[in-house]
Structures are given as structure tokens and as C-alpha cells.
Design a protein around this ligand. Structure first.
Ligand code: ATP
Length: 329
């Protein structure tokens, strides 16, 4: 079976900016695929290349096994949900959702029926006659989603679609998006700079930096076994240990990552450090240790004993928690 999306050495340069730089990528059919990376790392440009709003400077793109070269956006069987939703303020919700079908000449009764079905999918049944201005941010987001789904795309592209929502609504929409994707079986390609969002929703994640993919893998792989210190640093708030520090802690002279939640305090542990700061996070307390000039972060779940600031503590970790990345990561 072909992949939903294939990139072979795809580049998109703007003058001397290498927005996307020789990227190889395979998105499986039916998967929830996240593109994660800092601002300016090339995620949105990749999405626009899939949608057909951008053309590659070099390389080859296939969508469901067919070459994308020369195929305009509206013939790609791909739809985009933009961050700002891009709804028409003067049209009501039903007409916004049905807009694409109107352009394609679908009869009014049919397109309004499809629009209502799409609104039901996103839990907004009966909202068709409202104007976008009469909706909350979360509801507008759902309308944008319904408008993309009504065309029954094979691939749905989402560019930071939850960026404008407050935390609680974001978390709710993350669950709903994931459930919707499962129910519909459509391939989702999701752009985000939010690690938690990518980890909680995606089947697989590609981590971008400077126009390149640094690592692709399941959330578990990306989180537990980062290949480079950039990935370790960016995904979660891991301790990235220099080769010298790893050696001082009894490991080989290699870059390593050690998750804050994998470090234990107290007991007869061999290593000792100073507590330099404490932050209460609700479900946990973050403790920063100073280890002869190097910083180490520890996450203590609520209910465990928290040491005092300035105290000297012993610490240890399960040997399997120290993830080695090689001398040159
Ligand atoms: P963000 O999370 O901020 O949206 P991103 O990872 O999606 O960032 P892109 O929007 O793909 O990043 O941009 C990648 C790089 O390409 C940036 O340096 C950006 O300034 C540049 N770029 C993108 N589009 C253009 C353009 N049309 N003309 C010139 N430079 C561009």
C-alpha cells in the first residue's frame, strides 16, 4: 500500500533561507502524524508543500502514491485547517462549512445536509444559522474543522489549530480531535510547537530543527530514546548531560539524557548535590540540584518528601533511565 504522503529529499529554499532542507518523510495511511519543532524550523512550509500552496525547490512529493508535481491544491484530496480558522464573517456557519461544495456546484439542499452532518461530527448540531462572530473561540475552531471534513479529504492538514485556545479547552479539543481522527480513519498531519500536544495526540512525531527532521518515532521513542541532545532538550524537560558529567556520574563519556521523573532523592545513594531551587507545580515539585557547577532537575510527585532549599541531598536513578546518545550528539 502506498503511503499517504511521501517526501523524497524535498527542499524549499527562500533566497538563502533553507526553510525545508532535503527532507525524507513517510506518513502512513490513517495515522495521526505530528510535525513538532521550534518556531521557524520548517513545519508550516512542509504542510504547505503537502497542500500544494508551495512548490519544492528540489525533491519529489507523492500523495497516496501519485506524484504531486503539477497538481493544484484543490485536486489533491487534502484539506487544511488554518490556525486563524479563516472563516468568512459575513456568512453563517452552515454556509461557511458548505462553501467549498457551493464552489463545486453541489445543489443547495445536498450541501446543507452535508454541512449539518459535518457540524454534528464536531458537536455543533443546530449551529448552522449563527454567524462566526456569535461563537466562542473553541466553537469557531470546530466550524473550521467541519468545513475541512465536509469535503471528505483523505489527508487533513492542521496548522497549530489549537493555538488560540486556552489551556482547558485545548486539552478537551486534543481528546476530541484524536477521537474524531480514530472514528473517521482520515490521515491527520498536525503542526505544533507544543511537545505535550504532540506526545499526547500523535501516533508518530517528526521533530524538526532548521528545516531538517532530527528524529521520527512514536511518542514513547521520542521521549524515552531521543537520538540527539536537541531532541532530548526540546521534547520534555529532560536533563541533558555532557560527556564529562555522564562520566562523573559513573557512565561512559557520552552525551546522555536523564528524565527528571527518573531521579530519586535520599537513601544511601552515591551521588550528592545541593538543592538550589524548588517550584511547586501542583501534581509535582520541581527540584533543581547543583552538582559542582552543573544543574540537574528532579521531579518529585506530590506526596513525596521535599528537601529544603540549600540542603545537601543524595540522589540515584535506575541505570536503565540513563539514555546514552553517543560522544557527538
Ligand atoms: P512557526 O511555528 O513559527 O510557524 P515553522 O516551523 O512553521 O514556524 P516555517 O513557517 O515553515 O516555520 O518557516 C521556516 C523558515 O522559512 C523561517 O525562517 C521563515 O522565515 C522562512 N519562510 C517561510 N515562508 C517564507 C516566505 N514565503 N518567504 C521567505 N521566507 C519564508
Amino acid at each position: 500500500m502506498p503511503h499517504a504522503v511521501t517526501f523524497q529529499k524535498v527542499s524549499r529554499h527562500f533566497g538563502n533561507v533553507r526553510a525545508v532542507d532535503a527532507v525524507d518523510l513517510e506518513v502512513e495511511v490513517g495515522e495521526f502524524f505530528a510535525m513538532l519543532g521550534p518556531s521557524g524550523s520548517g513545519k508550516t512550509t512542509c504542510l504547505r508543500l503537502i497542500a500544494g500552496f508551495e512548490q519544492p525547490t528540489a525533491g519529489h512529493i507523492e500523495i497516496f502514491g501519485e506524484t504531486a508535481e503539477g497538481v493544484p491544491p484543490y485536486r489533491r484530496n487534502v484539506n487544511t485547517v488554518f490556525q486563524d480558522y479563516a472563516l468568512f464573517p459575513h456568512l453563517n456557519v452552515a454556509d461557511n462549512v458548505a462553501y467549498g461544495q457551493m464552489i463545486r456546484g453541489v445543489a443547495k439542499a445536498e450541501r446543507l445536509r452535508d454541512a449539518e452532518a459535518a457540524l454534528e461530527m464536531v458537536k455543533l448540531p443546530g449551529y448552522g444559522s449563527r454567524k462566526p462572530g456569535q461563537l466562542s473561540g473553541g466553537q469557531r475552531q470546530r466550524v473550521a474543522l467541519a468545513r475541512a471534513l465536509v469535503n471528505k479529504p483523505k489527508v487533513l492538514l492542521l496548522d497549530e489549530p489549537l493555538g488560540a485556545l486556552d489551556l482547558k479547552l485545548r486539552e478537551q479539543m486534543q481528546e476530541e480531535l484524536k477521537a474524531l481522527q480514530r472514528a473517521l480513519g482520515i490521515t491527520f498531519v498536525f503542526v505544533t510547537h507544543d511537545q505535550g500536544e504532540a506526545l499526547s495526540m500523535a501516533d508518530r512525531i517528526a521533530v524538526f530543527d532548521h528545516g531538517k527532521i532530527m528524529q521520527t518515532g512514536t511518542p514513547e521513542e521520542i521521549y524515552r530514546r531521543p537520538k540527539t541532545r536537541f531532541v532530548a532538550d526540546f521534547v520534555g524537560s529532560s536533563n541533558v548531560l555532557s560527556p564529562d558529567l555522564t562520566r562523573r556520574l559513573g557512565g561512559p563519556a557520552e552525551w546522555a539524557s536523564l528524565r527528571p521523573e527518573d531521579i530519586r532523592l535520599g537513601g544511601e545513594a552515591r551521588h550528592e548535590a545541593q538543592v538550589t531551587s524548588l517550584s511547586f507545580l501542583g501534581s509535582a515539585t520541581r527540584v533543581t540540584l547543583d552538582l559542582a557547577g552543573e544543574k540537574l532537575t528532579v521531579l518529585l510527585p506530590a506526596g513525596t518528601d521535599v528537601p529544603a532549599q540549600g540542603a545537601s541531598v543524595r540522589f540515584s536513578w535506575d541505570p536503565s533511565a540513563l539514555h546514552l546518545m553517543g560522544p557527538q550528539a
